[in-house]
Structures are given as structure tokens and as C-alpha cells.
Write a protein that binds this ligand. Structure first.
Ligand SMILES: [Zn+2]
Length: 288
């Protein structure tokens, strides 16, 4: 069971969840005394028995057997009482920026369907950690869904006004808000402000797939072109994104080119070294 502890002054909460310590960690550097082993990926096809029983799939085949295109299972090491893993595809190496666009649409369909499945259970947050430095503990690309009880105050920014537009299509607009806490932060929002993520129609999901993939490709290209020196190894692309849990939903992508440090922790103020107006111009110009 997750334990929620409040800070009365700030209305912030902390979740005490010691079971998370037990999770596997492919990111850990091997110690000299380790016997070399080839890590077995529990998210790869053929290893379905290594996860808790699946709760959803897109694609053919029987439950917990191969044939799936997107697979959702409970997280073995949950942060909250409901915590699912959405395995992006059978491919161990390609994520949203490199998968065929039809597969990205399937991933977003799975997000939307699982959001709907838990919509009455609490506040639903879907997030993706891409790269070990962004908090992923397994390499195989995946996202996560957590449900947080409604009485817990989530300290998340609401949708920022549209400014510094990068691109748009029928239903969605991609922009770098004036209030950007991270360099090359990118937001994607419906052009007509609407409700929660559960309200996205099937007919809109392929458009959303296009702008999401485009945004990630543009940021990666800006990194490759050297517009910002990343704190990570050259060629390593590290980001998080999440889908806002409430009304007026949006997707917020935060590339992790920089570390957060003592100043930010001590003040709550973030220093963004790239002006979002400039970031949007650079992202527009990227050939993808
Ligand atoms: Zn895998």
C-alpha cells in the first residue's frame, strides 16, 4: 500500500513507497564482482510470463501470449495502488520518435482506452520516461499509468496559453509556452479546448500521433544539430512526457538536456537557458 503524507503549509504530498526499491535496474553499472549475464527483458515477446497477467492488448493472440502490438500489464513495483505499464511495441529499441506512425496511433489508443478504464477510480496520470537518465529502469520503450486518489492535491501546472507555435494540424497545436521550465519544452494541446484525455475521439488519434512524433523528432534533431549541449552522452536522447490528468488536457514533453540542481531545489525557481520563442523558431526549422 502506498502511504500519502501531506505538507500542510504547501499543500504538497509525498508518497512513501519502499517496494519500489526492489525493482530491476538495467541502468545500474555492473560491479567488478558481478558475473556477466545477458539481462532478460520482461517486456519482450516470448517473455509474457515474466509480468503480472495482462489487462489489455491491441493485436492478435491470446492473453499473456505473443501476437500483441501494444500490451498493458500491472506494474510489479507500483508507486500507487493502481499502476500499469503500457508496453509501446514488440520492438525493444524503437520508441515513438522512430516507430511507424500507425504504431504510434495504437500506443495513443491504448493510453486513451486505459485512461477511460480508470476515469472513475481517481486522478489518472500517463507518463513516459525515455532513457535511464529520465528515470526509466528498463530499456524496452514503455509508458506508465498511475491513479492517484482525488483527495490528493497534484502540484501540476494547468494548460498554458498558446504562444510560439511550432506546428499544427486538423485537431492539435504544438507550441513552446512562454512559461517553459525546461529548454526546448514542447506542449501539444487540442485546438478546441475540451475536457479530459478520455474525450479524445478515435478519429483524432492519428493526428495526435503525427504531432507527437514530429515534436520528438524535432527536439532530437535540434540536439543533434548542437543547439544545446546535452549533459548526456552524444547521441543519447533523454526526455519525459506526460498527459495532464485533468480538464483541458495537454501533453507536455520535457527534454532532459540539463540537470536540476541546488538552486532549483532551494528556491522552486527553474532557470531555462533557452528562450521559448527562440526554441520554437529552431524547432520549426528542423527538417524531419
Ligand atoms: Zn524488451
Amino acid at each position: 500500500m502506498a502511504k500519502y503524507v501531506p505538507d500542510i503549509g504547501s499543500r504538497r504530498w509525498v508518497i512513501i513507497s519502499p517496494g519500489r526499491q526492489m525493482r530491476p535496474n538495467q541502468a545500474r553499472k555492473p560491479r567488478a564482482t558481478d558475473t556477466p549475464v545477458v539481462p532478460i527483458c520482461p517486456f519482450c515477446v516470448g517473455n509474457e510470463h515474466m509480468t503480472p497477467p495482462e489487462v489489455y492488448r491491441i493485436g492478435a493472440g491470446e492473453k499473456d501470449k505473443p501476437g500483441w502490438q501494444v500490451r498493458v500489464v500491472p506494474n510489479k513495483y507500483p508507486i500507487t495502488d493502481t499502476h500499469e505499464v503500457i508496453i509501446h511495441s514488440a520492438d525493444d529499441t524503437k520508441d515513438i520518435e522512430d516507430l511507424p506512425i500507425e504504431q504510434v496511433t495504437r500506443i495513443l489508443t491504448a493510453y486513451r482506452d486505459r485512461y477511460r478504464a480508470h476515469d472513475n477510480d481517481g486522478q489518472v496520470l500517463i507518463f513516459c520516461n525515455h532513457g535511464f537518465a529520465a528515470g526509466a529502469s528498463l530499456k524496452h520503450p514503455h509508458a506508465q499509468l498511475v491513479v492517484v486518489p482525488r483527495q490528493i492535491n497534484l502540484d501540476a501546472v494547468s494548460r498554458e496559453p498558446v504562444a510560439n507555435v511550432v506546428e499544427e494540424n486538423n485537431f492539435f497545436i504544438t507550441y513552446c509556452p512562454d512559461f517553459s521550465q525546461w529548454p526546448f519544452e514542447v506542449w501539444i494541446a487540442p485546438k478546441i479546448a475540451d475536457g479530459k484525455f478520455s474525450s479524445v475521439a478515435d478519429s483524432q488519434l492519428s493526428d495526435l500521433a503525427v504531432v507527437l512524433q514530429d515534436a520528438l523528432q524535432r527536439v532530437r534533431e535540434a540536439q543533434n544539430k548542437g543547439y544545446l549541449h546535452s549533459v548526456h552522452e552524444p547521441g543519447v536522447f533523454v526526455y519525459n512526457f506526460y498527459i495532464y490528468h485533468g480538464e483541458n488536457w495537454f501533453i507536455r514533453i520535457t527534454p532532459r538536456f540539463v540537470h536540476r540542481a541546488g538552486f532549483e531545489l532551494g528556491t522552486g525557481l527553474n532557470v531555462n537557458v533557452v528562450d521559448p520563442t527562440e526554441a520554437s523558431k529552431i524547432l520549426q526549422e528542423m527538417v524531419i
